[in-house]
Design a protein around this ligand. Sequence first.
Ligand code: ATP
Ligand code: ATP
Ligand code: CA
Length: 218
Amino acid sequence: MKSEFAVIGLGRFGGSIVRSLIEQGMEVMAIDINEERVNEFASVATQAVIADTTDENVLKNLGIRNFDHVIVAIGDNIQSSILTTIILKELGVEHITVKAQNDYHEKVLRKIGADHVVHPERDMGRRIAHYIVSTNVLDYLELSEEYSIVEVIVNDFLAGRTLVELDVRAKYGINIVAIKRGKEIIVSPMANDPLQMNDILIIIGADTDINRFEKKML
Ligand code: ATP
Ligand code: ATP
Ligand code: CA
């Protein structure tokens, strides 16, 4: 039987990926060196397998090449993570996503050809720091080193003003791409429509410009 995804390492992160993929109707092979972890996923994943993925023959025998996408979620053991990734690459796996433990780990993973490196602890930390600093910021998505999308709640400074009055594009170089108002999402906000208290503005722009706007709002 051919699974679409294989997840290696069933810690909190890998385990959460397995559960979410299954919830989305995907077929997932869950792999870990630790028997107890594998047993936990026996009734969750399409298949759950005990294997040491730093052994090339083990990966070959699992037919890992036939998976569309392999996710390496080995946490603390950076050596195993790197070795596993190199073997997957050499065996010709098409899409490889790897969780990095730190910036050096990330650098190595990129050098050896991981298609997608994720850094959940660092990124979630940044995201949460944004909404701790500014009570107006509800969510934050980093697009690149310089650009982000943020969700900002309309406070009494903004309420009643229109986009024309605020003129944020000229003054701050940021764009309001949508407004969430209750259950409604306004994707092309009218320039002359006054903002309402508790509207949520979805803003895209350079971090420095978004920060200037956030400070102005306080
Ligand atoms: P998280 O931070 O997401 O909770 P974690 O800290 O639990 O992850 P680890 O426990 O370090 O991460 O690693 C995740 C899993 O990877 C563990 O269950 C571990 O048994 C598994 N693992 C480690 N080395 C190998 C290997 N060589 N082959 C297969 N699985 C491995
Ligand atoms: P993450 O998965 O986010 O990387 P972690 O697995 O590194 O987190 P821990 O190592 O369990 O998380 O704890 C994070 C930090 O909290 C560690 O640096 C640890 O020294 C510190 N810490 C643990 N207990 C205490 C304590 N009682 N007082 C102060 N610091 C603590
Ligand atoms: Ca961890």
